[in-house]
Design a protein around this ligand. Sequence first.
Ligand SMILES: [Zn+2]
Length: 211
Amino acid sequence: MPTSLSQPADLTCPQCGHRFAAEVWLIVDAAERPDLLEKAQQGTLHEVACPNCGPIGQLDAPLLLFRPDATPPLLFSPAQETSAEQDREHARQLVSRLRQALGPAWRDEWLAQGLPGVPRPLLPLALKEGLEAAQRKMQEQAAGGLPIPPEFRDDLQKAKEAEGRYLRHSDRAALDQAAAAWARILDHPAFPAAPGGWRTWKRPSPPISRR
Ligand SMILES: [Zn+2]
């Protein structure tokens, strides 16, 4: 089965009321679909166009990128109007789906350092210049923006500790804790909001149904 995963969505154009179907990409395998990787790099993967009115905005959806030849091979970019708990659930579901799709090609060591998360506005930078460039930008923005409250530092500490436990003991619960802590950090208002000009649509239901 294909590794990349999309979900159909029935949308109503906020401008003309036209109803149309769209495809929301949730997992992109860069080797399988370089066209979708290109769109993610340009920040247009979740852009939606009404057949009558043209481009009308971006859908708010999580995205798991699988780049078999890159380091790191997995990148998660959470949806923007979601809680940390929802982000964690999305990450868990998408990783689980990818693992199934890849079968024996899946490697547990891809998650040995945790699942790297990238806020959506920084995803194009992370894909073009690397995760470190995006992380530097996050640090700059956090340092130059709001003062960092204590719970933020706690989460960083928790994420590091949990990742250490996962590395030492292959402890799944520790990996989940690390993902949750990172998700809270990424959810923090110190991180940038959606780029101006785009409407972010709230989806009424979680992107993937629970198993
Ligand atoms: Zn329209």
